[in-house]
Design a protein around this ligand. Structure first.
Ligand SMILES: C[S@@+](CC[C@H](N)C(=O)[O-])C[C@H]1O[C@@H](n2cnc3c(N)ncnc32)[C@H](O)[C@@H]1O
Length: 140
């Protein structure tokens, strides 16, 4: 059968330090985590396994990785179906969607225009009425 799971070289380089750091910085009362730019979905799969008490929402700018993410994560009930999310969209998150306690984002800000980083920070805060509990951005 055709395996639609993609393999990202950077995943193998950075997954151990990222997982370690996440275990240190995620807030104690954290429940739902939004990931921007989930790529292949390998990070989501590892996080789902490592942090079974948390629910993860993987997202991707384009649609081409969504099947790969879902395929990597299909055995985990704590990973929501991957969704398309472009942070430059005016309404980047539909009203009434799941509230998130933390936002994670790896290998995105250094390869995208500065406006993407600005959009992530500017749009995240109003969603949470100032009750932001954690950011985690990584570039490896
Ligand atoms: C190098 S990949 C990183 C993938 C994954 N996080 C990793 O570490 O393997 C860069 C990511 O930037 C995301 N990205 C680029 N522009 C974006 C935008 N405007 N909104 C949301 N994500 C964006 C893409 O979805 C892509 O997954």
């Amino acid at each position: 059968m055709n395996d639609i799971r993609r393999d990202s070289p950077s995943f193998h380089r950075n997954i151990e330090p990222i997982t370690q750091k996440l275990s240190e910085v995620l807030p104690e009362n954290c429940s739902h985590v939004l990931e921007i730019g989930s790529g292949s979905g390998q990070h989501s799969e590892r996080f789902a396994r490592e942090f079974p008490q948390l629910t993860f929402q993987p997202t991707e700018y384009g649609s081409e990785n969504l099947d790969s993410i879902d395929s990597w994560c299909d055995q985990y009930l704590n990973v929501l179906p991957a969704m398309q999310l472009d942070v430059m969209n005016k309404n980047w998150f539909p009203k009434g969607s799941q509230k998130f306690d933390a936002l994670i984002c790896f290998n995105v800000i250094h390869i995208t225009p500065w406006e993407v980083t600005e959009a992530i920070f500017k749009k995240w805060q109003p969603m949470h009425d100032g009750s932001l509990s954690g950011y985690f951005l990584w570039t490896v």
